[in-house]
Design a protein around this ligand. Structure first.
Ligand SMILES: O=C(O)c1cc(=O)[nH]c(=O)n1[C@@H]1O[C@H](COP(=O)(O)O)[C@@H](O)[C@H]1O
Length: 267
């Protein structure tokens, strides 16, 4: 049987000395002109991004939103296989969660990738088909990085705790297989610190550094559990440059982010 996701992630982090998650969100409107004639422009783009960044990547995080059309699915399949060929785990950012029989279909997404993001608002049974995949990682949305992240997630429950804290506590309970992580945005550093206090053992995926201007130091300080966790940047890496040399700029951006995050890592 394949080793558990977080063990494999830890190995990868150690091998490349990096907690950088490179977000593969190839917005068609932003792809370099010269790739647009390619049969699958998103795949052509991702291949060059992977070539340029894999030495700095603890994982790749394609967001499913950028692939949900027939050519997109092909581009995603090629991208995942290519990342695996470079020995880099792939976290599919799909934010799924639905009633049981539907969730069982969604969970098939995990056949080809190493981990997934999941939406907890339909409750435990909606995540069971993901959680039961012992060798796969499940990152549960806890406190998201967007401005409206506070609208619902900060609401106080009758017990006085905000909803995102209850989600963190529940995710900890759902971690019987040691395969659960949380998504907590770097744009909410106080909440990030609070969630870390509540669940010392869960690794986090921390998006929101780079284009969203989140706090990279807080992301590392609170995002890692025993050295394992991920800090994601998508646009800040993949669209760091333009034109023919876009990939070189992406490689430099990934390397810079790795070095910046490593200043805050304690080993
Ligand atoms: O689940 C996520 O990855 C996610 C959660 C969250 O709270 N905020 C957030 O930005 N993300 C994702 O992380 C990526 C951030 O992209 P950039 O802002 O370009 O770095 C996008 O794919 C988002 O969908």
């Amino acid at each position: 049987m394949t080793a558990p996701f977080f063990a494999r992630l830890r190995e990868r982090i150690d091998r490349v000395d990096s907690v950088v998650s490179v977000g593969l969100d190839p917005d068609p409107a932003r792809l370099p002109e010269h790739l647009r004639e390619h049969d699958l422009p998103r795949w052509a783009f991702n291949r060059r991004i992977i070539d340029a960044t894999h030495e700095h990547a603890a994982c790749y995080k394609p967001n499913a939103a950028f692939y949900e059309d027939p050519d997109g699915w092909r581009a995603l399949r090629e991208t995942v296989a290519y990342a695996h060929g470079k020995d880099v785990p792939v976290l599919l950012d799909a934010k799924r969660g639905d009633i049981g029989n539907t969730a069982r279909q969604y969970a098939k997404l995990l056949d080809d990738v190493d981990a997934i993001t999941a939406n907890p608002y339909l409750g435990r049974d909606s995540l069971d088909p993901f959680l039961s995949r012992e060798d796969k990682g499940v990152f549960v949305l806890c406190r998201t990085s967007n401005p409206g992240g506070s609208d619902l997630q900060d609401l106080e429950l009758a017990s006085g705790e905000p909803l995102y804290e209850r989600v963190a506590a529940l995710a900890d309970l759902w971690n019987a297989n040691g395969n659960v992580g949380l998504v907590v945005g770097a744009t909410a550093p106080e909440e990030l610190e609070r969630v870390r206090e509540l669940v010392p053992d869960l690794p986090f995926l921390v998006p929101g550094v780079g284009a969203q201007g989140g706090d990279a130091e807080a992301a590392v300080e609170h995002g890692l559990a025993d050295g394992t966790g991920l800090v994601n940047s998508s646009r800040g890496i993949i669209f760091a440059g333009e034109g023919e040399t876009f990939d070189r700029a992406a490689g430099q951006a990934a390397k810079r982010l790795k070095a910046r995050l490593n200043q805050y890592r304690s080993g």
